[in-house]
Design a protein around this ligand. Structure first.
Ligand SMILES: [Zn+2]
Length: 186
């Protein structure tokens, strides 16, 4: 998982559009088809892809054109008010984003703070709020094999949710370790 520090920063105009128009729409906000909303989504996408070095925020695989999407760490279906919250937005590959893996699964611990995103605690490792190195422990220097019992509860939950203990995911980490970083979008 990437350790991210650089969420999208809205202009004053974008921020007032988010607060005044999109936030009251809650879960509908993300699907809004206004030209202004579409261009905001495009800007979030471009920003996160660059900030992530064209890698998936979760599995670190190189992003492939047409096979990635903006991912809501707290899922937009359950937490519509956080749809445009910068710290809730990363770009993820189609695999991590799929319903089989992260999808719309609830990642927020109870009790939920509905008014202040940053005050929440998360069931999984959070790419902005956590340092993944503090959570994920490995058996090898290339970081391909998890030392699962030594991982924190949040890392163990991430591995389970993403199915990172399966053979395909192990092969993917081996491939990523071999290709080196950073990656260019292909
Ligand atoms: Zn991924």
């Amino acid at each position: 998982m990437l350790n991210l520090f650089d969420p999208v920063i809205y202009t004053a105009d974008e921020q007032s559009f988010v607060d005044g128009t999109l936030k009251p729409l809650k879960e509908e906000a993300w699907k809004d088809q206004k030209v202004k909303t579409k261009s905001l989504r495009n800007r979030i996408s471009t920003h996160t892809i660059i900030a992530q070095g064209s890698r998936c925020a979760y599995c670190e695989s190189p992003l492939v054109k047409g096979a990635h999407a903006i991912e809501h760490i707290a899922p937009k279906g359950l937490y519509g008010m956080f749809s445009f919250e910068p710290y809730n937005l990363v770009t993820a590959c189609t695999s991590c984003n799929s319903p089989h893996n992260k999808g719309e699964k609830d990642t927020v611990k109870r009790p939920v703070n509905w008014w202040d995103y940053a005050a929440n605690r998360f069931k999984i490792v959070h790419p902005y709020f956590d340092n993944p190195n503090d959570h994920f422990k490995y058996l090898d220097a290339d970081k391909t094999m998890f030392d699962t019992p030594s991982c924190t509860a949040e890392a163990q939950e991430t591995i389970k949710m993403m199915h990172w203990d399966e053979t395909w995911a192990y092969s993917q980490r081996v491939r990523n370790a071999r290709t080196g970083q950073p990656h260019q979008m292909r």
